[in-house]
Design a protein around this ligand. Sequence first.
Ligand SMILES: Cc1ccnnc1
Length: 294
Amino acid sequence: AVFKPENVEDFYEIGEVLGSGHFGQVRQVRERATGTCWAGKFLKIRKNTCSRLGLDRSCVEKEVEILQAVQHPNIVTLKDVFESRAEVVLVLELVSGGELFDFIAAKENLLESEAIEFMKQILEGLSFMHSKNIGHFDLKPENIMLSDKVAAQPNIKLIDFGLAHHFYQGEEYKSTSGTPQYIAPEVINSEPLSTAADMWSIAVITYILLSGLSPFQGETDEETLRNISVMNYTFPPQYFNMTTSMAKDFIQKLLLKNPSERMTAEECLLHPWIKPMTRKQVAHRNRSSINMKN
Ligand SMILES: Cc1ccnnc1
């Protein structure tokens, strides 16, 4: 793929640093022609394959191809791509509400109704990606952003498709990258991956949203990975006594060793914890509870 050879600064005024990661930096950029602000993701490209620093151009092309394939309200959109000598700049939709991670940290944990609202949007974006056979493979609160943290119902945007993969018919894909706390057992055992690996991460994120605890985290990465492999997790009563059994059921139907047994994103959206009950069902539930009383 050919990216624009022009200098990004001819079209955008480079602003403050918004975030940085394994890839490089994300800075706010202001489009000169319109005054609109975007997010510029500055990726260092390695000169030749033997140098350690920077990314292979091929994996940048992969991230661009995937971003161009998934246009959805809950997935960050890609506007432009520039390339200079040793740098590629992705011009992305600016998501300014901060990371879900910081939102949770500020509140310790969320009300179930808030967690459900966030989870529903994450699942909408994810089921769209999975319907195109694309897995994210780095889902974690840091990669889930809020469009506007002060809004009553902040919009969720999935970002950072640097580890994402587009599955072609029947092709096997293995990867050992990802963040220990959130990766699925099949990633640890270097088994072929599928979009079900994202569903394991969704369970871990839900557990954290509801309790502030990380289900498998140990003192070291090795301990965390061991806890995942042996499925060592519980719902400590002092953190989960207010959590509904539907929420725990949702998590338990995703934290399954066998990827094919986990709910898909589509099935999650129909799970009673997420799918609102109809007024008739609520009435029935209330009537049945009244019956129990008298
Ligand atoms: C960090 C970031 C990434 C993409 N869009 N806005 C902000």
